[in-house]
Design a protein around this ligand. Sequence first.
Ligand code: FES
Length: 103
Amino acid sequence: MRIRKHPILSFPEKDSVPFYYNGKKLYGIEGDTIASALHANGVKKLSESINLKRPRGFYCAIGNCASCDMEVDGKTNVRTCITPLKAGMEVKTQRGKGRLHGN
Ligand code: FES
């Protein structure tokens, strides 16, 4: 899911950053936001609506819409499109505004 080869741009190697998504170990790279790391791993559904469970993902990608809200290290409503990825983060899908799967 990442652009690795481009005719006029170059992409230097970056260190990988391990994190957990719904309990599964994934890897991002230095400089990723949580959402960009998830997209790079093929995860596009970041949250879902409360009643109809409609998928939510990237929408504005600048921190203004809350479509990418997820639970991060136990804290709900984290805007993952603007939150830098850190090693060891535990990221979980969020349903609605602060309701989590299984709660
Ligand atoms: S995609 Fe809109 S706040 Fe993250």
